[in-house]
Design a protein around this ligand. Sequence first.
Ligand SMILES: NC(=O)c1ccc[n+]([C@@H]2O[C@H](COP(=O)([O-])OP(=O)(O)OC[C@H]3O[C@@H](n4cnc5c(N)ncnc54)[C@H](O)[C@@H]3O)[C@@H](O)[C@H]2O)c1
Length: 318
Amino acid sequence: VLITGGLGFIGSHLAERLVGLGAEVTIVDNLAANCGGNRHNIGTFANRVSVRIADIVESTLLPELIADRDYLFNLAGQTGHLASMEDPFTDFEVNSRAQLAILEACRRQNPNIRIVHASTRQIYGRPEYLPVDERHPLKPIDVNGINKLAGESYHMLYSRVHGLQATALRLTNTIGPRMRVRDARQTFLGVWIRCVLEGVPFEVWEGSQLRDFTYVTDAVDAFVRAATCDAAVGEIFNLGGDCAISLHDLAELLVKTHGGGEYLIRSFPRTSRAIDIGDYYASFDRARSILGWQPATPLDQALSETLGYYRCYLDRYL
Ligand SMILES: NC(=O)c1ccc[n+]([C@@H]2O[C@H](COP(=O)([O-])OP(=O)(O)OC[C@H]3O[C@@H](n4cnc5c(N)ncnc54)[C@H](O)[C@@H]3O)[C@@H](O)[C@H]2O)c1
């Protein structure tokens, strides 16, 4: 198995699961500045994976990395929405151009490889209806959404036209141990968690927006199911959470779960409002019916596990 972005938040959990299943796992990751890659993420199983520190934008590396693998879990990416507006070309390089290079390498070196791509709900833009299903129009409202949509579209095109066996999962906010807490480049919730643990107030922007959250081990479960399901080839699936919750209620739940904490309601900073998607929660009916997947972890448990992790390891993520 090859995992791009395997030192990151979701990729490292996936690597751990696959190693546990007996897979021979190679991670390729460049520990990109401002992404969630962290050697601590694989600390407990580092001796059971091989790690290649390399940039997937360097397409000369790809043939060697991809040859002889049975599975490619393609998670390397730049996740920051504001970051994609401030530095659009870095986002483009990894989320779009490198994705095409990876697929070209697969087509030429290893056309039978099974591929699962980490796509995102961001490609829908502002929802026109809820819950958002896979037929919802795709109207991204930031550079990251456009580049991720291109990355996903390349996977589907190469599946349809070149016969590659690719599946895309459109992830919603994914949370859990190892998520980025240094800043909001992965999700605002990382900052909230850090603040409650450090005993400082966190900011809730407006608060009425609805969101859904997938616990990371449930997301990993979807990746494994997608890779091993013949009916998933050439298909796209939303992931989702066990409930839709407003940010205000989420703030309350976090404070309750931690047993303390304070937050301030603020209006949106102008730059963030311009790319905010409003209310979002996904329908994951397709994933349920074809992959047999559904979120198994309630949100309060997900928060509790995440808080527990960072009570021990916050210093490794600052
Ligand atoms: N976390 C979420 O809520 C979420 C939601 C939707 C989609 N996704 C997608 O899931 C994937 C994984 O996200 P994550 O949350 O684990 O993020 P992450 O930042 O923790 O992991 C991404 C990893 O990719 C690596 N990377 C970035 N550029 C690279 C490059 N050029 N070459 C090699 N490695 C590179 C980073 O070093 C990092 O370890 C991403 O593609 C992201 O778009 C995540």
